[in-house]
Design a protein around this ligand. Structure first.
Ligand code: ADP
Ligand code: MG
Length: 669
């Protein structure tokens, strides 16, 4: 990155935090929105709460002192073209205070209830080339504002021609699409919104095509070459499994089980996606598939994207396996090498029935004697290499994901998978009551939490998100636990969970929490996935405004897993310090716990939905495509992919590499 003018080591690091590591990344960091110098409102026309872009002149500006060290409020007096004077307020953009009086500004923001204009985006005339037409606004960070990204992009635009264009010429011709380089330039510097959208669609199409070509090639390969063991009908082990469960399966789970069960009876390898929101009860269904393998005299593997999640799954699986007399083992990189070798041997000899581990480990190291079912949690990459890695017979594969996209859309997107959906959680479930608590009232949140603890329930406290590093975040969590031990939670048993713990330690903490030897788990976002303790009925998220919507939804999914009414208390910094987006996020979480509804809000707020492509879901790295908006494009890409793979498998040349690149960047947080 440092070959770009103005980028030194420090800036390179900040760019990296935005996911920009190369000239190519920068070129592909297309604007998330555009401001328009021509289409502007007057302050006089705005109702309270209304959002608009206003062109104005700065009269004076200053940093308003606050008591909080990490908060800088900038206040300016501005006059719009109609002569209307207004107070503009910015948060954490202290650099603006240096602007001289008379500077022309384009402000996008919201008219506040009590007067004043809260600015979300700012364009300063004269600082860029963009004094006419559309001004690109980049996804930026506090220490790397959008206008700086703009100058870096300007510096690399001339080099964009040298980036490869993976789209086959005939596709480009038939669809009358511009060259990739032209589309990138148009996305960064469009003349109008139509041009901008057309450019994005061109880039999205290519991205979706690469993805679909990968999917289609995989499907083709499996259909032509792969055979899986056809498993016998359900019998005694499954009957005992059903009896051992402390509940009966819901109708939705029964349907899922029936669909999967039917696939397993054929030699055509199952390639099925099991989707359902957090807590909908996918794991029980996955276990059914694994136990079918064991029952038929074969083996099963459950693969998770992270060690924490693998361990968590193992705790669940082990418990029920012990009861059923099924031999299962954990395989993660933190299992000591000698022991790991022993586990591998037992899998190779067929002595062990089920393996639970991380994808990487199971794929790279293990040779199963007779693997029949693989369950792959939150990771789609698996299928690509499965044949190579797992030998001549292919297992039936069940992919699990919490990505809340509608089933019909999923079927188009995941061109190579059949889709089963658990649309409703178990009926005993009460939706988690979510409250947004202002910072000043955080003590009432802890009072509430203590009430739960005294009733014998357990609780989570999620620490503020620290972006600098995992080590710093870990230390912050330790300190917070200390503080709580001497403060709000004195007398209760508190454990700490963060990413810097060794696996054994992490496991110990989780075990202890599960066994109710701990009352409270103070944690970083490592609890976001997989932790399953139904007795935990309340969660406090500190500085919840710092988290993304998807993350908060996942975190909240850790409570409300039993029949008890559960609570999620979102403690935020003072409301007036929050960006509009943060306010909307928190309001949305209070309003609904439906993953798909939240996905739509996310989509609207950010122009892209992280929820629609949750990190691990396999779609996280779509830079240009928007799943809902681009439905038609997805279908088109899929048709092309089928044609291309049919006619010429060698199309996998450049597009295939592109597909791999997309795949490589996906998964693993
Ligand atoms: P997911 O994997 O979809 O996030 P889980 O399978 O972990 O969800 O299930 C969440 C919780 O609901 C677990 O504690 C599980 O034991 C419980 N559960 C699953 N199925 C049922 C059911 N049919 N009735 C009652 N509780 C269930
Ligand atoms: Mg789960």
């Amino acid at each position: 990155m440092e070959t770009v003018a103005g980028v030194g080591p420090k800036v390179a690091e900040r760019l990296e935090r935005l996911g920009i590591r190369s000239v190519r990344d920068l070129a592909e960091h297309i604007p998330r929105a555009y401001l328009d110098w021509e289409q502007v409102a007057s302050f006089a026309d705005l109702a309270a709460g209304e959002e608009a872009t206003v062109r104005c002149t700065l009269e004076r500006i200053r940093v308003r002192p606050t008591r909080r060290r990490n908060l800088k409020i900038v206040e300016g007096v501005v006059v719009d073209a109609a002569g209307q004077r207004e107070t503009a307020v910015w948060f954490n953009q202290a650099y603006l205070a240096k602007l001289p009086a008379g500077t022309e500004l384009l402000l996008h923001g919201t008219r506040e209830l009590g007067g004043g204009f809260k600015v979300a985006r700012t364009e300063v005339r004269g600082t860029g080339l963009h004094t006419v037409g559309l001004v690109p606004e980049y996804r930026a960070s506090e220490d790397l504002p959008s206008y700086r990204l703009r100058t870096f992009v300007d510096a690399v635009l001339p080099r964009i021609r040298f980036l490869s264009d993976p789209l086959p010429a005939r596709v480009r011709q038939e669809e009358r699409l511009p060259l990739r380089a032209d589309a990138l330039v148009a996305a960064h510097r469009p003349l109008d919104r139509r041009e901008a959208e057309a450019a994005r669609e061109r880039l999205a199409f290519e991205e979706l095509l690469a993805l679909q070509v990968g999917f289609q090639a995989r499907r083709r390969e499996l259909e032509e070459h792969a055979r899986a063991p056809a498993l016998p009908d359900e019998s005694e082990l499954i009957a005992r499994y059903r009896e051992a469960l402390p509940f009966t399966l819901t109708e939705e789970q029964e349907t899922a089980v029936a669909e999967i069960g039917s696939d397993l009876g054929y030699t055509k390898p199952m390639q099925r996606l099991l989707q359902g929101d957090v807590g909908s009860g996918k794991t029980v269904v996955a276990l059914y598939a694994l136990l079918r393998a064991v029952e038929g005299g074969h083996q099963g593997a459950l693969m998770a994207p992270t060690e924490t999640l693998a361990e968590q799954h193992f705790l669940t699986v082990e418990e029920i396996c012990n009861e059923l007399g099924v031999r299962c083992e954990l395989l993660t990189s933190s299992v000591p090498a000698a022991q790991r070798r022993a586990v591998r041997d037992r899998l190779a000899s067929g002595e062990t029935d089920l393996a639970v581990g991380t994808h990487a480990l199971i794929q790279d190291e293990v040779e199963f004697r007779r693997l029949a079912v693989a369950v792959v949690d939150e990771q789609h990459r698996f299928g690509v290499e499965q044949r190579r890695a797992l030998g001549r017979t292919t297992p039936h594969v069940l992919h699990m994901t919490a990505t809340p996209i509608p089933r019909s859309l999923a079927q188009t997107v995941f061109g190579d998978l059949d889709v089963t959906e658990i649309a409703k959680p178990p009926a005993n479930r009460k939706p988690v009551v979510t409250r947004w608590v202002g910072h000043e009232r955080s003590s009432t949140a802890y009072t509430r939490l203590r009430t739960h603890l005294r009733d014998g329930r357990q609780a989570y406290v999620v620490c503020p998100l620290v972006s600098e590093s995992e080590a710093i975040e870990a230390r912050a969590a330790e300190q917070e636990a200390e503080r709580l031990r001497d403060g709000e939670l004195e007398g209760f048993r508190i454990g700490v969970l963060h990413g810097k713990l060794k696996t054994a330690e992490r496991r110990e903490v989780m075990d202890a929490f599960k066994r109710r030897e701990l009352d409270v788990l103070v944690a970083t976002t490592v609890i976001e996935v997989g932790v399953d303790v139904p007795n935990a009925t309340i969660m406090i998220v500190q500085e919840a405004d710092r988290f993304g919507l998807a993350q908060l939804h996942q975190l909240r999914g850790r409570v409300g897993r039993g029949a008890e009414q559960s609570y999620c208390l979102l403690v935020s910094r003072p409301r007036e310090e929050l960006t509009d987006e943060a306010v909307r996020r928190l309001e949305a979480l209070v309003a609904t716990s439906d993953g798909f509804e939240l996905a739509e809000v996310d989509l609207e707020l950010r122009g892209e939905g992280q929820l629609l492509g949750v990190r691990q879901s396999g779609l996280s790295d779509l830079k240009f495509a928007r799943l809902v908006r681009d439905r038609d494009l997805i279908a088109k890409a899929r048709r092309w992919a089928e044609r291309l793979v049919d006619e010429d498998p060698a199309v996998l040349g450049p597009l295939g590499r592109e597909a791999e690149r997309v795949e490589d960047h996906r998964g693993f947080a």
